[in-house]
Design a protein around this ligand. Structure first.
Ligand code: 4AD
Ligand code: MG
Length: 430
């Protein structure tokens, strides 16, 4: 008997097949027992009739604990009431491993409890949907860059210095020195771009953020393209293309998952070029007009960004931020040194920043000055300064935060469910 998976069941209509999975649910009614079998590729109803199986199997079907692993053999039958169009008429049921009493039940559990049982919670339908959306999105983003001749580069995780400010560094004992977990692959991406022209770094990044917000993880993933000889406008075009592509691919390939998430897809259908582009100064004006007090020079928090998103019905760029609130490597506007040539992309519907990036300072002298102004240790950045000593060029790049992008696309408030095992300030387990 052939082992088939639930997603391929239609190819085996009326055949006898074997399925392998877990008992997601069961119920009894008179001489019928119903098992919901989950095999990771789908869920299918298995119908056990008293007169079609041995007495032992019939009894087993009534008692088998939830989440036990089983092999089911039976006939694939068409069933118009089934969401997948088929059910299994069971002939045999074999227990691979009987489960103990499963801690997650149908009742409402708090998020803390579910997060403590994250290793089991991953088996539920919304978590399935989120992991599938994540997988489609990360592949889609990489393919987008691959198709345009970008080279994929892995940046180190253990680094000697900060990239995004010294306040959110994780320290690691590194023999007789201190290393830091990378905050961003960007600096290494810049070195690679000076070698290969267009590259992207895809990997995990770490921030010891002492903020318990719905959009901060301490470990998150970024995809970071870096392009030699690129200015800000074409960098924004690239970010726009990337976001249109990943949203389009998720809409195409994850329609069922978005339904499980109860995501209204109408706002996602609107994610097409061009995206609005406004300056920071204009953004401040809009936020003020909408009744939230803010001064020119203040950084935007989640609240200010949420207010700003009410103005637009699709993702939009904010550019030309005050230099004081941006990282040391940002190039300043030649006409106004208070301004950095930075760009963020904000997702609509209250979500806010999903991309951060900009032009990099290409002058050795100015970069040295910024390192001093930011009180950064120069010695571990000497290699980075070499990029300005040997054939420096204008260049730009950005980073897309994978978890924030998924939270928005899947329509969930908090980023913690967008990654299999989230790391938060107060969560290192499981
Ligand atoms: O804006 P950020 O800090 O920019 C950088 O790290 C640049 N070096 C990227 C580059 O230009 N190559 O972070 C980029 C994105 C943010 O827009 C956000 O989506 C995400 O990374 N991000 C976080 N996601 C989850 N938890 C956190 N603590 C995050 N911090 C940033
Ligand atoms: Mg940012």
């Amino acid at each position: 008997m052939e082992w088939v998976s639930v997603d391929k069941i239609a190819d085996h209509a009326h055949e006898l097949v074997e399925l392998r999975g877990w008992v997601a649910n069961r119920r009894s009614s008179g001489k019928i027992r119903f098992l919901q079998l989950r095999d990771g590729r789908g869920v299918i109803q298995c119908v056990v009739l008293k007169n079609q199986v041995s007495p032992e199997v019939f009894e087993l079907a009534d008692k088998i604990p939830y989440e036990s692993s089983v092999v089911v053999r039976g006939e694939v039958r068409e069933d118009p009431r089934s969401p997948i169009g088929y059910e299994i008429g069971v002939r045999d049921l074999i227990v691979v491993s009987e489960a103990g009493e499963y801690p997650i039940s149908k009742k409402d559990h708090g998020v803390g409890f579910l997060m403590d049982h994250r290793h089991l919670w991953l088996r539920s339908s919304k978590q399935h949907a989120l992991m599938r959306i994540r997988s489609v999105l990360t592949r889609s983003a990489q393919r987008f860059f691959d198709e345009q001749g970008f080279v994929c580069i892995e940046a180190p995780i253990l680094t000697p210095t900060a990239c995004e400010g010294t306040t959110s560094l994780f320290r690691v004992e590194y023999f007789d020195r201190t290393a830091y977990l990378t905050q961003s692959g960007q600096l290494y991406g810049e070195a690679a771009a000076m070698s290969l022209g267009r590259i992207y770094v895809y990997g995990p990044t770490f921030r010891a953020e002492k903020s318990k917000t719905r959009r901060h993880l301490t470990e998150f993933w970024m995809i970071e393209p870096e392009m030699a000889f690129w200015e800000l406008p074409e960098t924004m075009d690239l970010a726009e293309g990337l976001v249109c592509r990943v949203v389009g691919d998720v809409l195409d390939k994850c329609a069922a998952e978005l339904r499980v998430m109860e995501r209204d897809t109408e706002p996602l259908e609107r994610v097409v070029s061009p995206f609005p582009r406004i300056t920071y100064s204009k953004a401040v004006e809009i936020i003020r007009r909408r009744g939230t007090p803010i001064q020119w020079g203040d950084d935007f928090g989640a609240d200010e960004e949420a207010v700003l998103t009410e103005e637009f019905d699709k993702p939009f760029f904010v550019t030309h931020y005050p230099a004081d609130i941006k990282a040391f490597y940002m190039k300043r506007d030649e006409t106004d040194p208070r301004i950095a040539l930075a760009v963020d992309l904000l997702a609509p519907e209250g979500y806010g920043e999903i991309i951060g990036g900009g032009r990099r300072e290409e002058s050795l002298e100015l970069l040295e000055k910024r390192i001093r102004e930011h009180n950064l240790d120069r010695e571990p950045l000497e290699w980075y300064l070499d990029l300005r000593r040997y054939g420096s060029v204008p260049h730009s790049g950005f980073g897309l935060g994978i978890e924030r992008a998924i939270a928005w696309i899947a329509g969930i408030r908090h980023v913690r469910e967008t990654i299999a095992f989230p790391r938060l300030m107060d969560r290192l387990h499981p």
